[in-house]
Ligand binder design. Structure first.
Ligand code: SF4
Ligand code: SF4
Length: 104
């Protein structure tokens, strides 16, 4: 389980800079840089339609990750202790990234 901080505050699943999902998918099969990755579980919270008041931020979650070139990737699963997902103002998943990606 990985601790995750996420600055994508307009994602439906974000509360208090954390993610409320129990598991996410990070994309970036051919990534050589963090900007080639993205959070595949991003959903835009259009016009703040959904408030997060009933959601509980998960401090640790399972991360399936396609970015096999990252040193933290083992068998398409993230083994990092802590990652940061960034992309404030994102309106599509492609605008987000795993800021912790480190090329092997
Ligand atoms: S962008 Fe991804 S990690 Fe961040 S809150 Fe949304 S689903 Fe969770
Ligand atoms: S740190 Fe690496 S393995 Fe973990 S989610 Fe980010 S890109 Fe994937």
């Amino acid at each position: 389980m990985t601790k995750l901080d996420c600055s994508v505050t307009n994602c439906l699943h974000n509360a208090d800079n954390c993610c409320c999902k129990q598991a996410i998918i990070v994309d970036g099969q051919n990534a050589h840089d963090k900007c080639d990755t993205c959070c595949g579980s991003f959903d835009e919270n259009r016009e703040g339609a959904f408030k997060n008041v009933f959601k509980t931020p998960e401090s640790r979650l399972e991360i399936d990750c396609e970015a096999v070139n990252c040193i933290y990737n083992e068998g398409r699963h993230c083994q990092a202790e802590h990652i940061n997902v960034s992309g404030d103002g994102a309106s599509r998943a492609e605008h987000t990234q795993c800021a912790t990606f480190t090329e092997r």
